[in-house]
Design a protein around this ligand. Sequence first.
Ligand SMILES: Cc1ncc(C[n+]2csc(CCOP(=O)(O)OP(=O)(O)O)c2C)c(N)n1
Ligand SMILES: [Mg+2]
Length: 333
Amino acid sequence: MKKVTKATYLKWYEDMLFWRKFEDKLAQVYIQQKVRGFLHLYNGQEAILAGALHVMDLEKDKMITAYRNHVQPIGLGVDPKRVMAELYGKATGTSQGLGGSMHIFSKEHNFYGGHGIVGGQIPLGAGLAFADKYFKRDAVTLTFLGDGAARQGSLHETLNMAVKWNLPVVFCVENNGYAMGTSVARTSKGTEIWKLGQGYEMPCGPVDAMDPVKVAEALDEAIKRARKGEGPTFLELKTYRYRGHSMSDAQKYRTKEEVAEYQELDPIAKVLKEIQDKKYASEDEIKAINKRVKDKVTECEKFADESDFPEKNVMYDVVYEQEDYPFLAHKPQ
Ligand SMILES: Cc1ncc(C[n+]2csc(CCOP(=O)(O)OP(=O)(O)O)c2C)c(N)n1
Ligand SMILES: [Mg+2]
């Protein structure tokens, strides 16, 4: 695995903090009704993305996930200003403002969404891997899904075919403890989700996903296996989400103490502690990072605020290909 160095830790700290603050800003502007619809935040799960990006080949490896999807494209290189604009429904967004919070997408950056149907992205991830194998592109797809999605039928059909066809895909279950308000233990007898891989004779295992190093190590092994043509891996990344499922969640299914317990394990605090313990940065340098992050978030908000909404015609242009809109009596103005 690529060495985890001082530079890695500093990058992790800045990136993870930015993702956290980006999400916090979205929560704030959501309340101001600048963002409509649903809003699912990634707070607490940042070590997964940081670890994954450390070991992916960013030129060709792909990523696909569910609706908790704002920060992954940013990690892959999408301009965060455009991600925020997408959430605002603005024309400068990644999908011209037509996708919204659950559908960030950038093929150019190997990010294939952003999917609102729970478990819908699982077969799509295998399909991306099938295409890469078929066209001999030597690329691997990381398919992320939640603990709730792991109980969808699509998972089982996909695992069966992926292992049978030796597809270059890594299934990464982000087990954050809950599917909306339903705990893992409420929906299944076995709570060790990684064991589902055993039923398909697929390499599988649990990972402490509050630590980016642990995530990177597990994913590095899985990605290497996939690239060598040895097929898929099924990982359970044990994590936690600090905020509600989406913005309208009274969180009656858990206690404040439980959240506080996991906040003790906070992945960003862990990375910062390593930086401080190893003296990778002075307090002034850390303050400078914090300021850069804050300014960058403000820039995103300003960009989204100042961007225009799409023209009404865009609605038709993205649905109909023909110039003359044959199904409509009048061409919309
Ligand atoms: C097919 C389908 N069923 C139900 C829903 C409603 N729903 C949205 S999110 C969610 C919970 C999924 O939880 P999990 O897979 O653990 O992901 P997390 O939200 O924790 O990231 C449900 C049931 C949906 N969007 N799609
Ligand atoms: Mg979950």
